[in-house]
Design a binder for this molecule. Structure first.
Ligand code: AQP
Length: 326
């Protein structure tokens, strides 16, 4: 059995990019592996958060974890800030990292491009992420492919420390899905779908109602050619919609192209609305059942206890290797 670890930031409603790129994999992996899934609230404060909204978002993401099918009997589910090992290991890794390698991170460059002086937390974000992963001796990290660079730096840090101090960490691998690895924004298919984008129609959130989903899909950017054909370079809009259709329906893209041969974008989009709503509705029903329940809090407390027990072992091993403490 492999150890699997991943997390999602509680920075707003989870969208279908997060679901198809990450959460869907979380569920698939939990039957055959030791899975640990975290709500990474410490990551979310790299940018300003309203405390009340943050607390609500943490519980929303936790409820969505369960609603998409994560089972606390199979997976450990917890909130990152409830396990102190994450920040402790993060400091130790910080002291083994270089500003040069962190400056190369695309996500940092994108999120800090409009400000002269960026928040330090945004700069050191990949180290905290590396700590999350290495803390649990993780073998596999299921993520969307926007996280490829962060997985690479995690591997570099683990290897660097293993070389210097002797075998300390497991060197993890990223796991990326083909169809959902990068769901693009509906209004600008050259950038990824994001929770924090201003236009709500650029994304479909897992908690959107059918009417909103219809509006967002029907107004999604396409092209003037009018044929339903996958070509990411020249037809990014329709290719993104084909990806979403494929990921939700399980149909292969060439089969979808065949099904819609001779038909227009309007017909295809109408069916995509149906496919999307059918996939999301059962998730919303389960979410409504669990969101206000006491059980949700119990699951998170229990998860934090289990995660802490594993984390403490790693921290004590790392401290010993580094000569820290007594
Ligand atoms: N568009 C996407 N397509 C596929 N996978 C995606 N992920 C994010 N966007 C897409 C994957 O979702 C997981 C959780 O992401 P996150 O919440 O930790 O942070 P993020 O990547 O910064 O996500 P957002 O939605 O873009 O949030 P904001 O707007 O707050 O920055 C990760 O596995 C990620 O790869």
């Amino acid at each position: 059995m492999k150890r699997v670890f991943s997390g999602v930031q509680p920075t707003g409603n989870i969208h279908i990019g997060n679901y198809l790129g990450a959460l869907k994999q979380f569920v698939e992996l939990q039957d055959e592996n030791n899975c640990i899934y975290c709500i990474v609230d410490l990551h979310s404060i790299t940018l300003p958060q309203d405390p009340k909204v943050l607390r609500k978002n943490i519980l929303d993401v936790a409820a969505l974890y369960l609603a998409v099918g994560l089972d606390p009997k199979k997976s450990i589910i917890f909130v990152q800030s409830m396990v102190p090992g994450h920040t402790e290991l993060s400091w130790i890794l910080t002291c083994n990292s270089y500003t040069g390698e962190l400056s190369r991170m695309t996500q940092f460059k994108q999120k800090s491009r409009d400000s002269e002086s960026a928040p330090t937390g945004l700069f050191t974000y990949p180290i905290l992420m590396a700590a999350d992963i290495l803390l649990y001796d993780t073998d596999v990290v299921p993520v969307g492919n926007d996280q490829k660079q962060h997985i690479e730096i995690t591997r570099d840090l683990a290897e660097r420390i293993n070389n210097k101090y002797g075998k300390t960490f497991v060197v993890p691998d990223g796991r990326f899905l083909k169809e959902g690895a990068r769901i693009m924004s509906l209004d600008d298919p050259t950038s990824k779908m994001s929770k924090s984008a201003e236009n709500i129609h650029s994304r479909i959130s897992l908690l959107d109602d059918a009417n909103k989903i219809k509006k967002s899909i029907m107004r999604a950017t396409t092209d003037s050619e009018g044929t339903i054909r996958f070509d990411m370079e020249n037809k990014p809009g329709i290719s993104n919609l084909l990806n979403i259709y494929s990921a939700f329906s399980g149909m292969k893209v060439p089969d979808i192209e065949k099904k819609y041969e001779g038909l227009g974008y309007g017909d295809f989009k109408k069916d995509l609305v149906e496919v999307t709503v059918d996939a999301i509705l059962p998730i919303q029903q389960r979410y409504n059942e669990i969101r206000e329940s006491e059980e949700l809090i119990t699951i998170l407390k229990d998860g934090a206890e289990k995660a802490n027990a594993i984390s403490e072992k790693t921290i004590s091993r790392v401290k010993h290797k580094f000569g820290l403490g007594l």
